[in-house]
Design a protein around this ligand. Structure first.
Ligand code: ADP
Ligand code: MG
Length: 317
């Protein structure tokens, strides 16, 4: 490693915080060393964002720093894990200090919110790409998975579906008003970490919605060996998204639009009123029920049943 690389790491990526789980050894050696508390287990996930694939060229670096961490935190949320550590591999076309300063501002603001420690990474030159490996902690024997949905469970989602998808359309049209709620859902997603932790003791399955509700709920259904019926009328969809669907003439658009980073989960009907109230405070909506017959069916207002299972597929032709 050259001294300029090291000074870049020193200047931009070294962030010390006493909050959260301090590593035994952090940035600066060949490896970080971590101590997992004896009553906890480790949840690990990696996500990459590539320019032109996952974000538009020339994206605001501060928002990008937020988003790359948010999509990784969203995976921990889907498991019910508490964020602890992250490693950041970044490939940069050039050393642009103003860009790095904004990027790390967005990244560390969100890291701080979740008491997350950056414990290492890699810095290389090439087309802009960012990979984070995130680590969280779970109480021993507990985790939310995709495979536990049971017959008769209710299906829920958090937040509003399709908003980030519409935000992407707006970003592609060069609309840059971050006060626009659709645009901010796309550019500055809010990972549902607190909700995920709340769900740990009550949900039977959970996934975060990154590739579209129909694709991600279908992952739960396949892993659990069940099917589901979703009542279209119950789907939480913002007025702006409804207007967009009318323009498109596509009533099912929100089911396949990606990037929401909300949670989709299943829960038995018999959950205590106390737990139900707590969850409602997170803005969750019951949208359907788990059934025996495999596949995902959407029941329209008029009672018609439609079959859906596709979302965004990175390798689709
Ligand atoms: P090596 O040559 O042994 O791979 P590096 O030069 O890649 O070491 O990194 C030196 C130290 O800086 C390591 O502790 C590494 O984890 C850390 N590091 C490198 N890049 C980043 C980054 N982008 N963010 C955080 N830590 C980083
Ligand atoms: Mg290295």
């Amino acid at each position: 490693m050259s001294s300029s690389e090291f000074s870049i790491i020193e200047e931009f990526f070294t962030f010390r915080s006493d909050k959260g789980y301090c590593p035994i050894l952090g940035i600066g050696d060949d490896c970080a060393v971590l101590d997992v508390p004896s009553d906890k287990q480790l949840a690990v996930s990696t996500d990459t964002l590539v320019e032109n694939v996952h974000f538009l060229p020339g994206s605001d670096p501060e928002l990008l720093g937020h988003k790359v961490l948010a999509v990784n935190l969203s995976d921990l949320a889907a498991m019910g894990a508490t964020p602890a550590w992250a490693s950041l591999a970044i490939t940069l076309p050039a050393i642009d200090k103003a860009w790095l300063s904004s990027f790390t501002k967005g990244f560390f603001a969100l890291a701080k919110e979740h008491s997350l420690q950056l414990i290492g990474g890699d810095t290389t030159r090439g087309p802009l790409s960012i990979t984070i490996t995130i680590m969280g902690l779970l109480p021993k024997q507990q985790r939310l998975t995709r495979s536990g949905a049971k017959l008769g469970d209710s299906v829920y989602v958090s937040g509003s579906i399709g908003r980030a998808g519409l935000g992407l359309k707006k970003a592609q049209l060069d609309i840059s008003d971050i006060a626009d709620k659709d645009l901010s859902a796309y550019l500055k997603p809010c990972p549902q970490v607190a909700l995920g932790k709340e769900l740990l003791s009550v949900a039977t399955s959970c996934i975060d919605i990154s590739d579209g509700l129909s694709a991600d709920l279908s992952h739960i259904l396949k892993a659990s060996g069940v099917g589901a019926r979703v009542w279209d009328e119950q789907l939480p969809v913002a007025a702006s998204v409804r207007r967009y669907m009318e323009e498109l003439g596509d009533n099912l658009w929100p089911y396949s639009s990606g990037d929401d980073y909300e949670l989709c989960f299943t829960m038995p009907e018999q959950v205590s009123a106390h737990s139900q109230d707590k969850l409602l405070a997170y803005g969750v909506t019951k949208i359907g029920v788990i059934e025996e017959e495999k596949g995902l069916k959407i029941e329209t207002k008029s009672g018609e049943l439609l079959t859906l299972d596709k979302g965004y597929d990175h390798f689709d032709a």
